[in-house]
Design a protein around this ligand. Structure first.
Ligand code: SAM
Length: 307
């Protein structure tokens, strides 16, 4: 059983969240023990801040969100079994994902709630969120016009909108449930609402942005190279891209399978962008070398610039 007193009260929001999660998912104790084993004080301090925000966002629905996380973990396990047996993701077309998931409000709401908690429970998600806040955003020039495509739960957009270098923030998504989730995230944290719109990124658009976040969307698309071309068109000259996509990471709506971090870097470069920095964050409990060897999930965060 996971000992929730291991931080001795130094991280109260995180400890509180762990207790609530384990109340509805006691079998997850062993996993959480591994996930936080060896975490540094800096990681725990960032995670504590994230836990405070997630607790606020979930509000009265926290226990429901923890149940939705449990559901998500079980759904992902089924996808993992398929992936290990077949060597591919279950779905291969956007149409299938749209029919099963994006257009299904109840499924999408559960999925986003589960992903909200995964930002804390999955080491790779927390590491990428921290990279976005502490490395990517401070690199933007002051006055940045920032866009997130596919903001989902809204946490990346929340950090971007609050950053002192961001002058304008916008979020585009094709899912009404995601837009509603982002609105709820900003309401719960008493932040002014960014511009939010139901926009398909593949539709031609005259808007240009200095900073674009594209997190956990690439693997949901049938044509990732076309998606990157569409993003490059939306970037102002000298604009920056924060891309986050996982390799070997089965999920109910993952379509494009990337087998190595280098495959993702090559796609970004092929779109004409210059890769300036990257973070390869392996799944909880695995080193990068072990994750590569066993084809385990690795989140790949890339900072790239339009020349
Ligand atoms: C898994 S969520 C990502 C949430 C969040 N960015 C994160 O990193 O966890 C993927 C989001 O991309 C959105 N999406 C998928 N295809 C899209 C498209 N063509 N244009 C805009 N948004 C899209 C989905 O509706 C969903 O909200």
């Amino acid at each position: 059983m996971f000992d929730i007193t291991w931080t001795q009260g130094a991280y109260p929001a995180l400890e509180g969240l762990i207790a609530r999660q384990l109340a509805v998912f006691p079998e997850h104790g062993g996993y959480l023990g591994k996930r936080f084993a060896g975490a540094t004080a800096e990681e725990l301090t960032f995670t504590e801040g994230l836990a405070e925000i997630v607790t606020k966002i979930a509000g009265d629905e926290l226990d429901g969100c923890c149940r939705d996380y449990r559901w998500l973990a079980e759904v992902v396990l089924e996808e993992e079994i398929f992936f290990r047996r077949q060597g591919r993701y279950r779905l291969s077309t956007f149409e299938e994902a749209n029919a099963e998931i994006y257009s299904n409000l109840a499924y999408m709401t559960r999925y986003m709630n589960g992903l909200l908690l995964s930002q804390i429970w999955w080491h790779n998600h927390t590491a990428v969120m921290r990279y976005f806040r502490e490395v990517y955003l401070p690199g933007n020039a002051p006055g940045a016009r920032h866009l997130e495509i596919g903001p989902g739960h809204g946490l990346f957009l929340y950090y971007a909108a609050r950053n002192e270098r961001t002058a304008e923030a916008a979020g585009w998504d094709i899912s009404p449930a995601s837009i509603a989730r982002v609105k709820a995230t900003f309401a719960a944290t008493a932040q002014p609402l960014p511009e939010l719109a139901l926009v398909d990124m593949f539709e031609p658009n005259d808007r240009r942005f200095d900073s674009i976040a594209f997190s956990e969307v690439l693997e949901h698309l049938e044509q990732p190279a076309e998606a990157l071309d569409a993003i490059v068109k939306l970037m102002a000259p000298g604009g920056r891209l924060f891309l986050n996509a996982p390799v070997n990471s089965p999920a109910p709506d993952h379509i494009s399978l990337f087998r190595s971090p280098e495959e993702i870097i090559a796609l970004v470069e092929a779109a004409g962008l210059v890769v300036e920095d990257s973070l390869f964050a392996p799944t909880s409990g695995a080193s990068l070398a072990r994750a590569r060897k066993l084809s385990l999930a690795i989140s790949v965060a890339v900072t790239a610039k339009k020349p």
